[in-house]
Design a protein around this ligand. Structure first.
Ligand SMILES: [Zn+2]
Length: 111
């Protein structure tokens, strides 16, 4: 009896992750990716405000991702693909400064 229970439990452990496609394709990993992008977007907007920068001005990504920088932000990695494209310049409102290579991971409202 115990043996059967253990087998059942092992089987459930094996099957459960496969029954949860949401986790990979539209759930937590997509949300995590969008959060990454939002953090970067907000950092650039903050920089814009603090330094009086305007859309079209260059963004110094090396400075943002430098741990010694006052604006330091940990360089994000997409939870699924790991490929981000960065805008070389500050974008107008509503346009992202960072974009994931997966079109399903794009921010709806970049800010
Ligand atoms: Zn992504």
């Amino acid at each position: 009896m115990l043996c059967l229970l253990l087998l059942g439990f092992a089987g459930w452990l094996w099957i459960a992750p496969k029954l949860d496609p949401w986790a990979r394709y539209s759930g937590t990993e997509v949300v995590a990716c969008k959060m990454n992008q939002r953090n970067v977007q907000q950092m650039v907007r903050a920089l814009e405000n603090m330094e009086g920068r305007k859309p079209g001005d260059p963004i110094d990504w090396d400075k943002i991702f430098d741990p010694k920088s006052e604006y330091y932000l940990k360089k994000p990695v997409c939870s699924v693909h790991g490929e981000y494209e960065y805008s070389p310049v500050i974008t107008p409102r509503g346009e992202p400064v960072i974009r994931c290579s997966d079109s399903k991971h794009r921010m709806e409202d970049p800010g």
